[in-house]
Design a protein around this ligand. Structure first.
Ligand SMILES: Nc1ncnc2c1ncn2[C@@H]1O[C@H](COP(=O)(O)OP(=O)(O)OP(=O)(O)O)[C@@H](O)[C@H]1O
Length: 508
């Protein structure tokens, strides 16, 4: 059998000879290059299984060389060698197709040997063989459905690779896309997996409470602080901390976070002694932090500390092919015997999912409850979804009349005929009432736009803010201020609800 060929590209002769000795002992054949021309002629002469490429070279850079290797020998796996200051570029290299990165100075020889063996095995797998996803087991263990959409698979593969490194991660994505699930996956795939994972919502608590939640407080630090209390940075020591809704952290909290990220030390509220902590920080946000920096509501230095790796989760609409699998997953979770009829799946695929996976999970939970047997039909999906899909369909068919009018009038006439003076709508079930309500709203919109054409104005109604306040207050009262339930009823995320409660000044 021919020996396995490895290429080392590094301008430091010591590094080249270190790898030559190490890898020759393991039976590999090693070629070294200290500059770009030598590297290119080596690539022209020999077929390599793996190449170790230094990120900083005098005549070129690692990213250019990565592209040169991949253009000439696409199967050759590239491992980037980097110092701490260039870790971010190394992560970019992985996004561009590098297999892994290795941090200098090299500390664990065994780990290097194992990494090279893995890269070589990956390159040498039989042609056409389906590569088993390295991350599949961890994802399954934390209930993380990755699906088949390419952007999501790439993201998870990168998340899995950086999970084992001691670097901060910033997860960006719209509400309900699964930022917390991804953070749990990273924790579970890291060497901190057997330690604590603590999520904390920076937008849910008033500044002082959040400060003492994060950093703890000394006895007597403020009125009511009758005991010394450890904060999350102490409790999550050696584990992972998820700073959710980081964009909502106040300027004071931002300063304190920056300090602990820079020095690994913090002080309890009212404390005088710095406390060391070893916490891996993952931050998540659904706002554009770069815009927040421009608006001066978010510190740029903190952003750079958090954003060593940025993982941007696609919205559900951007990964439409995954809707059937995710929907089936949630249906099974709520009723293992139930399944979705093909027409129901089509309806799910035609909807825009502004609340992303959380909304899909909620719609499935409801559908399972509404479905009398085990086959979920379009009728069992929420009225909001039916209306949205129906309206989209009628918009495509001109001249179909006022949306919802026929349905509403027919139902209302039938009920009036059968009623004996009492409120006829009381006879309807909750889903039927919801369907009628959305039909009514459809009529209202059409009538208002017709009035506009005639120059007529409708009598004043509540403004947007009052309507929103009323809807949120009703939901909260209905759910006895159970935030999770109320958020589900409103079809928004828990974090969003917390924020709204603060913004609108609502209280029990
Ligand atoms: N890929 C996934 N596989 C399985 N369940 C998922 C996935 N993504 C999201 N979910 C489910 O959807 C819901 C919302 O997920 P999560 O809380 O992680 O979203 P988020 O982006 O953090 O939301 P927010 O922006 O409101 O904080 C949860 O119930 C979660 O279990």
């Amino acid at each position: 059998m021919l020996p396995i060929q490895i290429l080392i590209i590094d301008d430091e002769a010591d590094v080249c000879s270190f790898f030559r000795r190490l890898l020759t002992k393991k039976g590999y054949e090693v070629t070294t290059a200290t500059n770009e021309p030598d590297a290119l002629s080596a690539l022209a002469a020999t077929r390599f299984s793996a190449a170790l490429v230094d990120l900083k070279l005098p005549d070129t850079d690692g990213l250019t060389l990565l592209q040169a290797v991949k253009a000439r020998q696409p199967a050759c796996e590239v491992i980037i060698m980097t110092g701490y200051s260039t870790v971010k570029t190394a992560v970019t290299a992985m996004q561009l197709g590098a297999y892994e990165y290795l941090e200098k100075p090299f500390e664990d020889i065994g780990q290097i040997e194992e990494l090279i063996a893995r890269a070589v095995a990956h390159e040498n797998r039989p042609q056409g063989e389906q590569v088993r996803d390295e991350w599949a087991e961890v994802a399954a263990a934390v209930g993380f459905r990755v699906g088949t959409a390419l952007p999501m698979r790439r993201l998870v593969s990168l998340a899995h690779k950086v999970a084992g490194k001691n670097i901060n991660v910033l997860i960006q994505g719209k509400t309900g896309t699964g930022k917390e699930v991804l953070a749990r996956f990273i924790h579970a795939a890291s060497n901190r997996a057997d330690k604590t994972f603590i999520p904390v919502n920076c937008g849910a608590l008033p500044e002082n409470l959040l400060e003492s939640e994060l950093f703890g407080h000394e006895r007597g630090a403020f009125t009511g602080a009758s005991q010394t209390r450890r904060g999350i940075f102490e409790l999550a020591n050696q584990g992972t901390l998820l700073l959710d809704e980081i964009g909502d952290a106040s300027p004071m909290i931002q300063v304190k976070l920056l300090r602990v990220l820079e020095t690994g030390e913090f002080m309890r509220v009212g404390g005088e002694r710095p406390i060391r902590t070893d916490v891996r920080v993952i931050a998540a946000t659904n706002v554009d932090l770069e815009e927040a920096i421009r608006e001066k509501t978010f510190r740029e230095d903190l952003y750079y500390r958090l954003n060593v790796v940025r993982l941007e989760i696609p919205s559900l609409q951007q990964r439409q092919e995954d809707i059937p699998d995710l929907a089936a997953h949630f249906v099974r979770q709520f009723n293992p015997a139930a399944h979705l009829a093909p027409e129901a799946v089509r309806m799910l695929q035609n909807y825009s999912w502004p609340g992303n996976i959380r909304e899909l999970a909620n719609v499935m939970r409801r559908a399972v409850v509404m479905c009398p047997d085990d086959t979920i039909l379009p009728d069992h999906l929420s009225s909001r979804l039916q209306t949205a899909v129906g309206q989209a369909a009628s918009a495509l068919t001109p001249g179909t009349g006022i949306p919802g009018a026929a349905e509403f009038l027919q139902a209302s006439e039938q009920l009036q005929e059968q009623s004996s003076g009492a409120n006829p709508f009381e006879k309807l079930t909750a889903p039927e009432l919801e369907r009628l309500l959305s039909a009514l709203r459809g009529i209202e919109t059409t009538v208002l736009s017709a009035m506009g054409l005639h120059g007529a104005t409708a009598s004043p109604r509540q403004g947007l803010k009052e309507t929103e306040t009323e809807a949120i207050r009703n939901a909260l009262n209905l759910c006895r201020w159970n935030i999770t339930e109320a958020a589900r009823t409103l079809g928004i995320g828990r974090n969003t609800l917390y924020r709204k409660i603060r913004q609108l000044g609502l209280s029990r």
